[in-house]
Design a protein around this ligand. Sequence first.
Ligand code: HEC
Length: 148
Amino acid sequence: MKIRALMLAAALAGLGVTAVTAADEPQAVRQQLMKKVGQAAGALNGIAKGEKPYDAEIVKASLTTISETVKVFPNHFPAGSETGLETEASPKIWENMDDFKAKAAKLGTDASTLLAQLPSDQAGVGAALGILGKDCSSCHESYRLKKD
Ligand code: HEC
């Protein structure tokens, strides 16, 4: 019984270590960052569509998340992270790193500008999302592989 418990503990510890290591990989970190950006854009979308009431605090938080997250996002594409962990990053990123970074910076700047003006109603959030959405697709079209 005691040995079993020890083995179980060791197995669990092993799992824990594996999980932490995988979560620290650049592929996982950047996917996590994009997930945050996706959630923030989703919150704005809910307001723009009228599914959620306009809430200045949520708009502010979402735009802040997008502008902050996308600033660090391009730092997580070191050589050697081109594949693995089901990354959807296109190999083109490493061939055009400057352009990739410029596209990230554009989204960051647009989100900051919108934050400074802060859309004040549903229509304003919709217009903001139109601007941001173009930035998302302009990068995804060039640099995100479709895994359907
Ligand atoms: C500078 C380029 C760039 C911009 C701008 C960008 N993305 Fe991404 N996005 C990527 C790349 C590259 C991936 C794939 C990352 C990977 O799998 O390693 C990705 C993946 C994602 C994912 C999937 C995350 C997951 O679960 O793995 C979502 C959701 C997403 N992006 C949403 C957005 C939204 C919403 C915007 C605009 C507000 C946006 N992205 C703007 C490059 C970008």
